[in-house]
Design a protein around this ligand. Structure first.
Ligand code: GMT
Length: 381
């Protein structure tokens, strides 16, 4: 198949999933065309059967807000025609599904067979899509997609209740990991060696948006390190990083908290970690939690959104109510204090991630979804 993929190319789970899906599909012989405003961050410069088409919005002075969605639609239209694509697979509804719908309308006379498939990732449904400024266009774009997937059962239900009739058309295809990459035994524990020897290593990886509750990460860590000497490694960047730094100072733990910023490859860091903290208030899936589990790092998080579909509470980690930092700290301390329990959770986490979310299995589900979508007809909602 010849597949166009659009995603947010900078750091973020949806871009990571879309890029790794494209790479895996190219390995399987498909031709992949990334149509994005920047080279996706997990895409190496050259791989066979993979092409990158940059979307340029131009710089016309009249445009205080350059119309990226239109420039994207034009680029999609052009790439479909030039490279004879079979389908456009867009990740994150806003504005990608809308641009793809425009491109499909423009292509109607010449390529009436082109399909638009949309993968819903999270805040495109739970936050941005429900903002009054975007609600109607999100609903419209979802309904006009020829096929829809959501990354968790939670997100499918949420989409259905927030936007109505699309529910029954949404297939759940979960996020995935490459078991060869997220393999604890493959990496030297460099991070652990660099930190104070003998201390436990707690890690958090995110875009530091309010939904991630990074202050709670620091609060949990402060309670843990009082009982068990530890360090906290914070990977990523975003609007709440300063808050987290202030919280660390306020709680007197800043010398044990390391902010590493945005990093492309997290598996070697995860291989040094004892626990992953994700006290999020809303998470459709939690790709970073899955990457941690696959690397044998138990997850301490919340009973929020789709996270319970990824973390087995009491087995591969522990989940508490949102904001229950005491509960999460208690669960973390209990696991760290009991090496046998930690080892059992770590082994089960890596096995369970491989059993349920392996790249080969999930990419096969996408291929099957594409085949069925190409053979089916578009039934508007
Ligand atoms: O929606 C966001 O905050 C960003 C988005 C992304 O692009 O990383 O994250 C969402 O998609 C990820 C990949 O499917 C999921 O693992 C995240 O759980 C989801 N974020 C939220 O639901 C907050």
């Amino acid at each position: 198949m010849k597949i166009g993929i659009t995603c947010y190319p900078t750091y973020g789970g949806s871009g990571a999933v879309a890029t790794e899906l494209g790479i895996a599909l190219a390995h399987r012989g498909h031709e992949i065309h990334f149509i994005t405003y920047q080279q996706p961050f997990r895409l190496p410069s050259f791989l066979p059967r993979i092409f990158f088409h940059e979307v340029d919005v131009g710089r016309y002075p009249l445009f205080e807000y350059p119309p990226y969605d239109l420039a994207l639609a034009v680029r999609m239209h052009e790439v479909v025609l030039t490279h004879k694509l079979d389908l456009l697979h867009v990740h994150y509804a806003i504005p990608h599904a809308t641009s793809a719908w425009i491109a499909r309308e423009m292509l109607a006379p010449t390529r009436p067979d082109i399909k638009v498939l949309t993968t819903l990732h999270g805040t495109d449904i739970t936050i941005v899509g429900q903002d009054p400024s975007f609600y109607a266009i999100t609903k419209f774009s979802i309904e006009k997609s020829d096929g829809l997937t959501a990354v968790s059962r939670y997100l499918k239900t949420e989409t259905s209740s927030a936007f109505g009739c699309a529910g029954e058309r949404i297939e759940v295809i979960p996020n995935f990991i490459d078991p060869a990459v997220y393999d604890r035994s493959r990496y030297e524990p460099q991070l652990r060696a660099q930190m104070d020897a003998g201390r436990k290593v707690l890690i958090h990886i995110s875009n530091f948006r309010p939904v991630k509750r990074v202050r709670d990460v620091v609060d949990i860590f402060a309670r843990v390190t009082r009982e068990i000497p530890s360090v906290l490694v914070m990977v990523g960047d975003g609007p709440d990083r300063v808050d987290a730094e202030q919280e660390a100072r306020r709680l007197g733990v800043s010398e044990h908290v390391y902010f590493l910023g945005k990093l492309e490859s997290v598996a070697p860091l995860l291989a040094s970690a004892d626990l992953f903290l994700l006290p999020t208030s809303s998470e459709s899936f939690g790709l970073s939690a899955l990457e941690a589990l696959a690397t044998g790092v138990p997850v301490i998080g919340t009973l929020a959104g789709g996270l319970p579909e990824v973390v087995r509470d009491g087995e591969t980690g522990a989940l508490c109510a949102v904001g229950d930092v005491e509960g999460m700290a208690g669960a973390a301390i209990a696991l760290l204090r009991d090496p046998e329990r930690w080892q059992a959770a770590s082994t089960l986490a890596a096995d369970d991630a491989r059993a349920r979310f392996s790249l080969d299995e999930v990419v096969g589900q996408y291929e099957d979804f594409y085949t069925r979508s190409l053979n089916g007809t578009h039934e508007p909602c």
